[in-house]
Design a protein around this ligand. Structure first.
Ligand SMILES: [Zn+2]
Length: 350
């Protein structure tokens, strides 16, 4: 059995670079560029990196064999916001991209990007934000109508805001607040699913460093529309036999997943994953002493299911690093990144 060395520092560096690159669903060019460059820099012979018409990255690595092609997928798109309305007082009403709780973004710093590329800072605040003015402001439900963006500019009318170049439909990026703590915890928004993209990168790097190639040709779709349900619906060869979707394991009350192992999802909101491929991944983890947690994610869907619903015929499984407080201020640990990376590398070699 080949020894593999997993290069944690480069995985974490790449992850932080992605976390600091804004990429709400619908705004993918910058982050796809970041990911494309990282895979190019691996300088793997026989690695083909292309972009699909819709902007996803399609990375193909020729394997020892090609009679049972495999797929991997993870997504770069994240939660975010759009400008919904420019209010007469110079505040912005917001439209959510992806599904989350409004209170998960309360008081978060944001960057508003205009169509011509100007950027302005601001904050998501409740309309009734000050306890000195509004009695019971804390009891107000947090929803679209009770929340707004305050722009850090001298604006007090819609005309003032439009003079900055801001218009309905502009993207609003949530500050990721990425922080790597010395004991291995990583705290940030958007670990879903940039942590998994970093794991795929780490697995490719581990094979490269060991002078190995995948047992079967593998196509990795680094998707840009997962949070809205159709990320990896396209991009794989028609004769694909297996697809391992890599996305966060849901950590929290009642869950078996944690931040220190590889998560293997048996079933989620879209039903069970493929029994044989899931079983093989669990056996691989056991053979290589990789800590893993089987689990069910009740209100969750993945690009594996997007592929199936689009007519994909391959077996599909879902693995990924454990993420606490998903779609809020998320957290994982480097142990989870390493074990997920290791599992992916062993899968590619198997
Ligand atoms: Zn995800």
């Amino acid at each position: 059995m080949a020894a593999l060395s997993l290069h944690l520092d480069s995985i974490v560096d790449f992850l932080v670079r992605m976390l600091n690159t804004p990429s709400p669903t619908g705004y993918h060019l910058e982050v796809i560029e970041t990911v494309e460059q990282a895979f190019h820099e691996l300088a793997i012979a026989d690695l083909r990196v292309e972009r699909s018409p819709k902007g996803a990255l399609i990375i193909t690595w020729r394997g020892e064999r090609d009679d049972a092609p495999r797929g991997l997928t993870a997504h770069t798109d994240t939660l975010g916001l759009l400008v919904r309305e420019i209010k007469s007082n110079g505040r912005l009403k917001l439209h959510m991209l992806g599904g989350y709780m409004w209170n998960a973004v309360e008081s978060e710093g944001v960057t508003i990007q205009t169509r011509d590329g100007r950027r302005y800072r601001g904050t998501v605040v409740p309309v009734k934000a000050s306890v000195h003015i509004h009695r019971g402001a804390g009891d107000e439900p947090r929803k679209q109508d009770t929340m707004e963006a305050r722009i850090d500019e001298r604006v007090s009318s819609a005309a003032d805001v439009r003079a900055l170049g801001i218009e309905v439909g502009d993207f609003v990026f949530l500050d990721p607040r990425a922080e790597v703590i010395a004991n291995g915890f990583i705290r940030s928004r958007h670990l879903d699913d940039k942590a998994s993209v970093a794991c795929i990168y780490g697995a490719f790097r581990a094979l490269r460093d060991a002078g190995l190639r995948p047992a079967q040709t593998v196509t990795a779709v680094i998707a840009n529309y997962e949070e809205v349900g159709h990320g990896a619906a396209a991009g794989f060869p028609p004769d694909l036999r297996e697809l391992v979707a890599v996305d966060m394991a849901a950590v929290g009350e009642g869950q078996n997943s944690d931040e220190f192992s590889a998560g293997i999802c048996v079933a989620d909101g879209g039903g069970p994953y493929h029994v044989e491929l899931t079983g093989r991944l669990r056996t691989l983890a056991e053979q290589h002493a990789i800590p893993y947690r089987p689990d069910i994610y009740p209100y969750y869907g993945s690009d594996g299911e997007a592929y199936w619903r689009a007519g994909g015929a391959a077996q599909v499984a879902l693995v990924g690093p454990g993420v606490d407080a998903s779609h809020a201020y998320e957290r994982t640990h480097t142990d989870s990144l390493i074990h997920t990376t290791h599992l992916l590398a062993r899968y590619l070699l198997s």
